[in-house]
Write a protein that binds this ligand. Structure first.
Ligand SMILES: Nc1ncnc2c1ncn2[C@@H]1O[C@H](COP(=O)(O)OP(=O)(O)OP(=O)(O)O)[C@@H](O)[C@H]1O
Ligand SMILES: [Mg+2]
Length: 494
């Protein structure tokens, strides 16, 4: 809506007397007045000097008042200028038509001056009010728009803030997780380092005297043999022994001694040999001096772990021994952290022994043949797999999802820390770019499959490169290894 700058009233009438009367009355009342004598000239005039209000006669030569009003209302520039028709007293049809075309009022001819002035004044006031209202509306709309923009900006700000809080929270959670992992690893590697040092220290200390005994046993054996041969020679050469010799022979049960002494010596040799083997295994297991990637025989690591766990595999009162079946493939030497790999074998094998012992403790009447099966093979050209399966109670599906979580354990307090599998998982996936999978069916057993590359990708253990090389477990369409083992516990007894 255009705001007029004057209080100009335009009178459109082709009758000069009317123009005169009205002009005078309005001028006297303080209005500025312009006149036009036809519809066409009025439209032209209005375009360059828009009035505040128009008094419009109906009957005019050329276009009449209705057409003039119609054209003014069609034009956005002029449509808001109030139009008052001037009509004959009796002309009701004209009045209605004029109002329906958009006129605001009508005045009747002959004019009553006071009425004309009153009506004009009312419409001028009305227009003033309308204009003020429109202005307020405009301001309000503007304000609403500004508020909407401010609100949107506020919302965006809130959203950004929430996003930042979320991101920060996530970063904090990640940092906490990394910290927890680092802490677990630190505690574990500290424990392991101490244990490794202790084991390596003891092994070293025992190694020298045992080697000394073992080496000298050979001479003891030979000297004893010589002495026995000499004794035999005496017996042959001097068959008549004195009563004193006979008494001593009887006292020491010479016959038995002669038979038993070589046996004792050879069993001592077997014993010291065994001690030497154990020491070798302990040293190979602890490998505390090997903090770097080495090219090793994985089977050696498995064997030394089994040697350490040997006592736990033996039969106990009322329980058969746990049999270990090895199906070793023709593996090449593999690049890995040997001490860490042994730690994984130790964790997986200890869990298998625990599972079998639990089955034997809880279901003694159904225990048949507790078994552990260890299979190794080469996968493709660059990876190896180590499968360790047991025919224990197996792992229910809901627990399988959690076994790699730190501190998750189903074992009684004090027995399990729940760290074995999470650390093993970390060692295999993060340190060796491999995978550690658990396959299990409750009641049938469990199998853990370790897959690692034969050669370590460079810098695998640094998180950055890890993602690139981290391999997903091979999907082998073969039966789990525990399926070859007899079922220990009947399904309805679980
Ligand atoms: N061979 C298996 N058979 C059945 N359950 C198993 C086997 N291996 C692991 N589990 C389950 O996974 C859980 C987590 O094993 P994990 O080695 O991480 O911890 P843990 O053995 O309980 O304690 P520790 O830290 O002393 O090893 C075990 O408590 C057990 O419930
Ligand atoms: Mg464990």
């Amino acid at each position: 809506m255009q705001t007029p700058e004057t209080n100009l009233i335009l009178i459109v009438d082709d009758t000069p007397t009317n123009l005169e009367v009205l002009s005078e009355a309005l001028t006297d009342a303080g209005f500025e007045v312009a006149v036009a004598t036809s519809g066409e000239s009025a439209i032209e005039q209005i375009e360059y000097d828009p009035p505040y209000l128009i008094l419009l006669d109906i009957m005019m030569p050329g276009i009449d008042g209705f057409e003039t009003c119609y054209r003014l209302k069609q034009n956005p520039q002029t449509k808001d200028i109030p139009v008052i028709f001037m009509t004959a007293l009796s002309d009701t049809v004209d009045k209605v038509k004029g109002l329906s075309l958009g006129a605001v009022d009508y005045i009747t001819k002959p004019f009553q001056q006071a009425e004309v002035l009153a009506r004009v004044q009312i419409h001028v006031n009305l227009r003033n009010l309308n204009l003020a209202l429109a202005e307020k509306n405009l301001r309000l709309e503007q304000e609403i728009k500004e508020r909407a923009i401010a609100e949107a900006a506020l919302q965006q700000l809130t959203h950004n803030l929430e996003q930042r809080v979320l991101e920060r929270t996530q970063k904090l959670a990640d940092a906490l997780c990394t910290l927890e992992k680092a802490q677990i690893q630190l505690v574990q590697s500290e424990k392991l380092a101490t244990l490794g040092q202790l084991v390596a220290g003891i092994a070293h200390e025992i190694n020298n005297p045992v080697n000394f005994i073992h080496a000298n046993l050979y001479y003891v054996s030979r000297y004893t043999q010589n002495l026995l041969e000499l004794l035999k020679l005496y017996q042959n050469q001097l068959p008549k022994a004195t009563p004193e010799i006979l008494a001593k022979s009887k006292e020491i049960d010479l016959q038995y001694l002669l038979e038993d002494l070589p046996k004792i010596l050879s069993s001592m040799e077997v014993g010291t040999e065994r001690i030497c083997d154990i020491i070798k295994s302990l040293r190979s297991f602890s490998r505390h001096d090997e903090a770097e990637v080495k090219v090793v025989d994985v089977h050696e690591g498995i064997e030394s772990t089994l040697m350490i766990l040997r006592r736990h595999l033996e039969a106990k009162p009322g329980q058969p021994k746990i049999q270990v079946f090895k199906e070793y493939g023709n593996l090449p030497k593999v690049e890995c952290y040997p001490g860490k790999m042994n730690q994984v074998f130790m964790n997986v094998l200890s869990n298998a022994i625990d599972a079998l012992t639990e089955a034997m403790d809880n279901y003694p009447s159904y225990v048949r043949s507790p078994m552990i099966r260890i299979m190794t093979e080469v996968l493709g050209s660059d990876r190896i797999a180590i499968r360790i399966a047991d025919n224990g109670l197996g792992i229910p599906e809901n627990i399988q999802k959690r076994i790699f979580d730190p501190f998750f354990t189903t074992k009684p307090a004090g027995k399990g820390t729940g760290l074995g599998m999470s650390i093993s998982h970390q060692i295999i996936t993060e340190l060796h770019c491999g995978s550690l999978q658990c396959i299990s069916q409750p009641g049938k057993g469990a199998e853990f499959v370790v897959e690692i590359p034969i050669q370590q990708p460079q810098l695998c253990h640094t998180g950055v490169v890890k993602q690139k090389f981290l391999s997903s477990p091979t999907q082998l369409d073969r039966k789990p290894a525990y399926q070859g083992l007899p079922i220990m516990v009947k399904a309805d007894q679980k």
